[in-house]
Design a protein. Structure first.
Length: 95
């Protein structure tokens, strides 16, 4: 049975969605992660080790580069990611 668009946004569905989102956020916080950090981690997994600059990762995650930099700082601090030097260019870093 397909629901109409208005039925998807009725108050009961909204409450269920809110509860699920709240539980998801609590789960992330329990592991020390934000939703943005999770999005960066998932994108890193998706690109499977390809050398990806912060700027390029920001475009993939659809956020500003400074947001990815902040997420990368925290992910690195937590041990979920590591910055590496790009081969051939010691100034360029990637996650």
């Amino acid at each position: 049975m397909t629901q109409t668009p208005s039925a998807l946004f009725d108050s009961a569905n909204f409450v269920v969605l809110y509860i699920r989102c709240d539980a998801f956020e609590r789960c992330l916080r329990a592991h020390g992660l934000s939703a943005t950090q999770l999005a960066v981690l998932l994108k890193l997994e998706e690109i499977d080790g390809a050398e990806t600059a912060i700027q390029d990762l920001a475009e993939l995650v659809r956020v500003q580069p400074n947001v990815v930099t902040q997420a990368a700082n925290e992910l690195e601090r937590l041990g979920f990611a590591e910055r590496c030097t790009r081969s051939g260019d010691g100034r360029s870093k990637y996650l």
